[in-house]
Design a protein around this ligand. Structure first.
Ligand SMILES: NC(=O)c1ccc[n+]([C@@H]2O[C@H](COP(=O)([O-])OP(=O)(O)OC[C@H]3O[C@@H](n4cnc5c(N)ncnc54)[C@H](O)[C@@H]3O)[C@@H](O)[C@H]2O)c1
Length: 335
C-alpha cells in the first residue's frame, strides 16, 4: 500500500528529504505545510505534491497521511510533532528535536501514548563511512575506546534568520552543529549514556544573541571521554565540515576521510586500513539523507522502533542543555 508522507517547511532540508522520499517505491509526497503560500506553491509544483496546508492542524483535520516530516524552525518542532503524534501520524523531526528537554519529553510521551513512531533525523548515523567505523569499533578492532574527538563547523560562513534568534532556535551553533558531532560520537561508541558534561560556549564572530563557538567534554558511562568542537564562522576546520576520531587501546580510526591506523604488537609498524568507501563531498550529501528516509519508511512499514528514536534525541538535548548550563556556571554538570 502507498505510504503517504506530508512535509512541514519548504526550506533547504525539506527539499533533501523530499528527494529521498521520491526514491522509495510506493511512497507518495502527499502534502506540504507552510504559512507562506508562494513558497508552498513552488515546492508543490517542484515535487508534484497534491495537497497544501497553511498549518499542521488543517493537515491533520483532513487526515489521510501516514507520516509527517518536520523541517521547520526549531521552535515549531515540538508543537507540530506532538499534534501529528496525537493524531496517530508517525513523525520524523529534524535535529535539534526541540528547544529543550521539557519539549522533547512531551514529544516522547505523545509518541508512547498514541503508538505513532518518533524518529529524530540525526543524519550522520546513516553515512556509510560512519557505519563502517562503528562496525570496526564494535568488532573490537580498535580495542577499548578511551577517547573520541569530533567536530561540526562552518568555516567563514554561518546561517542567518531564525537560526540566530534564541526564541526561535533555542540555541546557536551548539544546538545546531555540536548536536551532530555529539550524536555521531555516541553512535560510534554504541550509544552509551552520558554521565557528566563540561563546556565553554561563546559568541565571538557575529553580533547575534546565540552562540557561535563551543567546546564540550562528555564523559560516558562505559568510561570513554568525548571531546567535541562546533561552530559557525570558524576561521578553520581540520578537514571536511565534520569529522569523528576514535582513539582505542589497539588503534585509531576516523571518518572523513575514513581509515584505521593499527600498530603492530611492538609498535614498530602501523598498518593503515582504508575503508575503501568513496570520499564524501561537502554536505548536503544525499546518500545519508536517502538512507535515513528509507529507514523511517521501513520502520513504519514493519512496525519497528526507529534508530535514532525520540529517546536518542531527548538524550542529545539533555547533553546540549547541560553544556549550556556548564558554560554559564563554569561547573561540570552531572547527569
Ligand atoms: N540534518 C541536517 O544536516 C540539517 C541541515 C539543515 C537543516 N537542518 C534542520 O532542519 C530544520 C530546518 O532547517 P532549514 O535549513 O531547512 O531551514 P530553512 O529556514 O531553510 O527552512 C525552514 C522552513 O520552515 C518554514 N516555516 C517557517 N514557519 C513555518 C510554519 N509556521 N509552518 C510551516 N512552515 C514554516 C519556512 O518558510 C521554511 O520553508 C532545522 O531544525 C535545522 O536544524 C538539518
Amino acid at each position: 500500500m502507498t505510504l503517504k508522507i506530508a512535509i512541514a517547511g519548504t526550506g533547504l532540508i525539506t527539499r533533501v528529504h523530499a528527494r529521498g522520499a521520491q526514491k522509495i517505491p510506493d511512497v507518495a509526497l502527499e502534502a506540504v505545510v507552510n504559512h507562506r503560500p508562494e513558497s508552498m506553491a513552488t515546492f508543490a509544483a517542484e515535487f508534484q505534491v497534491p495537497r497544501q496546508y497553511a498549518n499542521v492542524t488543517d493537515l491533520l483535520e483532513d487526515g489521510n497521511v501516514d507520516a509527517l516530516v518536520v523541517c521547520t524552525p526549531n521552535y515549531l518542532h515540538a508543537p507540530q510533532s506532538i499534534a501529528a503524534l496525537e493524531a496517530g501520524v508517525h513523525v520524523m523531526v529534524e535535529k535539534p528535536m526541540a528547544m529543550n528537554t521539557t519539549e522533547a519529553q512531551a514529544m516522547l510521551s505523545a509518541s508512547k501514548k498514541s503508538g505513532a513512531l518518533l524518529m529524530v533525523a540525526q543524519c550522520w548515523r546513516f553515512s556509510p563511512e560512519v557505519r563502517w567505523l562503528r562496525d570496526q569499533a564494535a568488532g573490537g578492532r580498535l580495542g577499548s575506546i578511551i577517547r573520541t574527538k569530533g567536530y561540526c563547523s562552518h568555516v567563514n560562513r554561518g546561517p542567518g534568520g531564525w537560526f540566530t534568534q534564541q526564541e526561535l532556535a533555542g540555541g546557536g551553533a551548539t544546538a545546531d552543529m555540536a548536536i551532530h558531532a555529539l550524536d555521531t560520537a555516541r553512535f560510534l561508541l554504541g550509544d552509551p549514556q552520558p554521565v557528566s558534561v563540561y563546556a565553554r560556549i561563546g559568541t565571538y564572530y557575529n553580533d547575534f544573541d546565540v552562540d557561535d563557538t563551543s567546546v564540550i567534554i562528555v564523559n560516558w558511562d562505559q568510561g570513554t571521554t568525548s571531546y567535541i568542537e562546533a561552530g559557525w564562522w570558524q576561521p578553520h576546520s581540520d578537514e571536511a565540515q565534520a569529522a569523528a576520531q576514535l582513539y582505542g587501546t589497539a588503534g585509531f580510526g576516523r571518518v572523513f576521510p575514513s581509515y584505521l591506523e593499527i600498530p603492530d604488537a611492538d609498535k614498530s609498524e602501523v598498518q593503515c586500513i582504508d575503508s575503501g568507501l568513496p570520499p564524501v563531498d561537502e554536505p548536503p550529501q544525499r546518500e545519508r539523507f536517502n538512507a535515513q528516509m528509507a529507514h523511517f519508511v521501513t520502520c513504519i512499514r514493519e512496525g519497528r522502533q526507529p534508530s535514532p528514536d525520540g529517546a536518542d534525541g531527548w538524550l542529545n538535548m539533555r547533553v546540549i542543555e547541560a553544556a549550556y548550563r556548564s558554560a554559564e556556571t563554569g561547573q561540570v554538570i552531572s547527569l
